[in-house]
Every structure is written in structure tokens, then in C-alpha cells.
Design a protein around this ligand. Structure first.
Ligand code: GLC
Length: 544
């Protein structure tokens, strides 16, 4: 694998900077604090850090409402702090990607402020206006719990403006060549500073066309290909990751012929990992994998269990959504829009066996995994905070006051620490897990290390192991360049036996990659494996 394909076998880690580490003592996480913690990522084995938006913003959508694309939000520090952080990350061999919010700005952005004040403003045409607010009725509303329409009336402008998210986030008008150029300028600025690429926010919605749902339009793909051409020409080796919460066949288009995005999140696979566990049935996962098209050799899926948003249930059927809500979000406060605003560990009752199992599935699936900060120690949530803030609470480093996050007075922290009976920072923290054998943190660290030694995980084809009808066990075979890895997952709390057809590897020894269980060589007969409750195995079939 060449270095320019680094992202194909990388482990990513998503950081909400405000939550990670407060280096200035002002009760908000910042870039200086993050820089102090860089060795942590190396220790865990992470290759690339994804930073949520860092830019000046009124924070109506936690920074996804950008007021200036060229500066750092004062809560996070200065541009010099950013440069320092990036240099220090690079010095450790870590890569850093930032959020690129293409679709919309904040209504506080000077472009919008100018645009709304006069029809003659050079920025008027940067946004999408209407006299009636009736256009594009087929576009769905995404923030269903707060927005009644994708149009909002602006009394200053005397017109309606178009927005796919909060009404404080007017959509940019990509039919305007000046807007298309502005965003290339933004990219150039951060790439020149040295970022290794972007997680491109909300890309399906760039263009609007009457008679469509205004998602995944050909015009959008044309522009994104232009973005990629620009990157290829000037910044080879940097990466573009698409946030397109869509069905696999629609996301497939974002890879183009290997000439659009390098990576795209696989949204639909995510809820089906939870569903398979809850139903003790691998079928939902295998179904979505079978609906997932092949992707070009220079591209990669990005898989995740949780992120900073609600656990989205947009890419499931209404029946599946009800099942997920009833199972994982019994209380109304746990639900938001079409999703569940909870963290990984509480979703799984804090049961380490289940959490490990889900990570093992995540790491076994095709794609590069992204971990969400705090989930590597099984952090809890606070459903009483508004919006998605309940999954954005301070990182729990140790059991000292403020959990080692900040030296500010506790009551000043930007959000309360998790301090409930089950998930309090006094028990759930990095320090204790680092020194405890078999802790979640140590298990994940080991999984990452093993995964990175075996390129079949990142690059290999994925098949299900044949000849077994026990639906409770998920068995995946990843193979690449003469290397074969069999992963097995018992989705239930009961021991399970499986019989696998490994006859095409007859004579090959089998090595356990995660523990030291011994296994017989593969043979022509069905190959029996016993799995304990929620047990998972990673087996290397050593081809001769
Ligand atoms: C993306 C982000 C989400 C944000 C939205 C609007 O979905 O992940 O946090 O609210 O875009 O920018």
C-alpha cells in the first residue's frame, strides 16, 4: 500500500475540542489543552484526529454555524495555537483533518449580514432566496424537532431564505460561481496551514432543484469532483471524507470513479450493528453489507459506532426505527429528531462484554473505523442537557476534581461532568483504565494494534464464512494478498457453537490474534468453534 493511501488502513478519532482538555483554565477545552494530550493518541494507536468545527461562531449549532472561515474561535485559542498543535501532531506522525462546512454559514457571517441588507449586495446571491417560501417542497426537514420548514422569513431582507438545518444556518447558493470559488479558497487556506484533509459536512445538500428532494444532485457531484481535482493538483495525499447520511447506493456516487471523495461514512451499517445485537441475529448486518456496492480501489468506507450527533435512524425502515427507539431510547429525553441522543456505553447497559463486541464488529467490517472521544473508556451521557450536548461532556481523564479536564472552578465548566452512579468520572476515567488489565481502554488499544498489523482489515475483501446457520454468530472473513482473517462474534448472552467450512484452507494453522486460545488446523471437515456469551475471536488463517 502506498503512503498516499494511508487512510485505507487508518484508525480515526473524533475530538470535540471544547470537551477534551482545557489548557488555559477558562473551563472550556482548547487547542493548547489538546496539544498537551497528543501522546494519548499515540498510546491508543490512533492515526488521524478529526476536529469538530473550530471557527468563530455564535454556537447555535456548536460551531457548525460558522461566522468566519479563516479564524479560530476564541474559546479554542488562536491561529498560532492551531499551528502549534498541528506541528506537534505531525511531529508524532499523527494526521489531522478538520470539519469543512460547505453547505451553510451562520446568519452572523458577514456575507449573510450584507446579503440580507440589500438586494444589491455582492453577497445577496451567496444565499438562496424566495418571495414565497414555496419552492422545493420535496426536500425533507432534517432538524424535525425544531424546524417547521426549510424556508425562513427574514424581515431585514424582505424575503425567505433556504436552510436545511437550523434557521440560523442559511444555505449557500452553489449556483453562484463566486460561492464555489470561496469554498476552494477556504480549503486552500487550511491546507496551506498543513491540515491533512477535511471531513466535509452535509454534502448531499449543496444544490437545489425543483421537482427533486434536493439531495445527491448531479450538480453537487460535479462540484465535489472539482473540489477533488483541486486537491489532487495542489495537495496530493490529503483526504476528503464525506458526511452523506444516505443509502449505500447513493453514497456510492460520492466515490465517483475514485475521483470524488476518498472516504465516506457508512451511515446505514451503524444502527444495524446495534440491531443485530438487540435481536441476537446477524441478518440486519449481512443485509446491509449485501446492499453495499463495491467501491473504487483508492477509496474507503468510514465506520463508526457513535459520533457527536444523535445516533441517526434516518437510514432504517419505520419498523426498525420503532424497534431501535423502544429498545435503546425508552425515555422521551433520549430521542432527538430521527435518532437517539445517547452514548455507546449506556446504550449497552455499561456491559463491557457488549461494548467490546461492538468494537470488534466495527473493526472487522470493511472500512476505517472512527472512535468518538470518551467511548474508548465507556463514558456516560447526560440526557438532561439540550440538543446533542448530553454526548459532548468533558473528557474523563482521572478521578480528581474536574476529572483532570480543567483547573477552573467546577461550577464554571462549559458542561457538567458525568457524575451519576454508574458512569461517574470517579470510576470511569483514563487513568484507572490505563492501569487496569482487561479494561475497555486496554482492550481497544490491543484491538487497534492488532488491526494495524493486518492490512486485510483495511484493504481486504469481506465475505461471510460459509456453511453455518446459527444466526446468533456473525462470522466474517477478510482476505487480502494471501492473508486471511476470520472474525467471529456471538451476539447473545448464551454460549454458541458454530461449524464453519474452512475446507479451502485445509492444512493451514489457525492463530488467535487477541488472546492465546489454541485452535486446530483447518481441515476438510466442518470446523467447530465454541463461543462464550458475547465472545468474539480474531483468527488468522496462516496460508502456506
Ligand atoms: C452535520 C453535523 C451536525 C450539524 C449539521 C449541520 O450533520 O454532524 O452536528 O448539526 O451537520 O451543520
Amino acid at each position: 500500500m502506498t503512503d498516499s493511501l494511508w487512510y485505507k488502513n487508518a484508525v480515526f478519532y473524533e475530538v470535540y475540542v471544547r470537551a477534551f482538555r482545557d489548557g488555559s483554565g477558562d473551563a472550556h477545552g482548547d487547542l493548547r489543552g489538546l496539544a498537551e494530550k497528543l501522546d494519548y493518541f499515540c498510546e491508543l494507536g490512533v492515526d488521524c484526529i478529526w476536529l469538530l468545527p473550530l471557527y468563530p461562531s455564535p454556537l447555535c449549532d456548536d460551531g457548525y454555524d460558522i461566522a468566519d472561515y479563516y479564524q479560530i474561535h476564541p474559546d479554542y485559542g488562536t491561529l498560532d495555537d492551531f499551528k502549534h498543535f498541528l506541528n506537534e501532531a505531525h511531529a508524532r506522525g499523527l494526521r489531522v483533518i478538520t470539519d469543512l462546512v460547505l453547505n451553510h454559514t451562520s446568519d452572523q457571517h458577514p456575507w449573510f449580514q450584507s446579503a440580507r441588507r440589500s438586494r444589491h449586495s455582492p453577497y445577496r446571491d451567496y444565499y438562496v432566496w424566495s418571495d414565497t417560501g414555496q419552492e422545493y417542497p420535496d426536500a425533507r426537514i432534517i432538524f424535525l424537532d425544531t424546524e417547521g420548514s426549510n424556508w425562513s422569513w427574514d424581515p431585514v431582507a424582505g424575503q425567505y431564505f433556504w436552510h436545511r438545518f437550523y434557521s440560523s444556518q442559511p444555505d449557500l447558493n452553489y449556483d453562484n460561481p463566486a460561492v464555489r470559488q470561496e469554498m476552494l479558497n477556504v480549503m486552500k487556506y487550511w491546507l496551506d496551514l498543513g491540515v491533512d484533509g477535511f471531513r466535509a459536512d452535509a454534502v448531499p445538500y449543496l444544490f437545489e432543484r425543483e421537482g427533486t428532494n434536493c439531495e445527491n444532485l448531479p450538480e453537487t457531484h460535479d462540484y465535489l469532483k472539482e473540489v477533488r481535482r483541486y486537491l489532487n493538483e495542489h495537495y496530493p495525499g490529503r483526504v476528503l471524507l464525506a458526511e452523506a447520511n444516505q443509502w449505500p447506493q447513493d453514497v456510492r456516487l460520492y466515490f465517483g470513479d475514485g475521483d470524488e471523495f476518498h472516504m465516506a461514512f457508512h451511515f446505514p451499517v451503524m444502527p444495524r450493528i446495534y440491531m443485530a445485537l438487540a435481536k441476537t441475529d446477524r441478518t440486519p448486518l449481512l443485509d446491509i453489507l449485501s446492499q453495499t456496492p463495491e467501491i473504487p480501489a483508492n477509496t474507503q468506507w468510514c465506520t463508526f459506532l457513535r459520533n457527536h450527533d444523535e445516533l441517526t435512524l434516518e437510514m432504517v425502515t419505520p419498523e426498525e426505527r420503532d424497534f431501535m427507539w423502544n429498545t435503546f431510547a425508552p425515555e422521551p429525553r433520549m430521542r432527538l429528531n430521527l435518532g437517539i441522543r445517547r452514548r455507546l456505553a449506556p446504550l449497552l447497559d455499561g456491559d463491557q462484554r457488549k461494548i467490546e463486541l461492538l468494537y470488534s464488529i466495527l473493526f472487522s467490517l470493511p472500512g476505517s473505523p472512527i472512535l468518538y472521544y470518551g467511548d474508548e473508556i465507556g463514558m456516560g451521557e447526560n440526557i438532561w442537557l439540550e440538543d446533542r450536548n448530553g454526548v459532548r461532556t468533558p473528557m474523563q481523564w482521572d478521578d480528581s476534581p474536574n476529572a483532570g479536564f480543567s483547573t477552573a472552578p467546577m461550577e464554571a465548566l462549559y458542561a457538567p461532568l458525568i457524575d451519576d452512579e454508574r458512569f461517574s468520572y470517579r470510576q470511569v476515567n483514563v487513568a484507572v483504565q490505563r492501569r487496569t488489565r482487561g479494561s475497555l481502554w486496554n482492550v481497544i488499544r490491543k484491538m487497534i494494534a492488532v488491526r494495524k498489523e493486518q492490512p486485510a482489515f483495511g484493504c481486504g475483501a469481506c465475505q461471510t464464512a460459509a456453511a453455518d446457520n446459527n444466526l446468533t454468530v456473525l462470522a466474517l472473513i477478510r482476505s487480502w494478498s494471501g492473508e486471511t482473517i476470520l472474525t467471529l462474534h456471538n451476539l447473545s448472552d448464551q454460549p454458541q457453537s458454530v461449524q464453519l467450512d474452512l475446507s479451502c484452507w485445509a492444512g493451514a494453522p489457525v492463530a488467535d490474534l487477541l488472546s492465546d486460545r489454541r485452535f486446530p488446523v483447518c481441515g476438510d471437515e466442518p470446523y467447530p468453534v465454541e463461543l462464550g456469551a458475547y465472545e468474539y475471536l480474531w483468527l488468522l488463517i496462516v496460508n502456506s
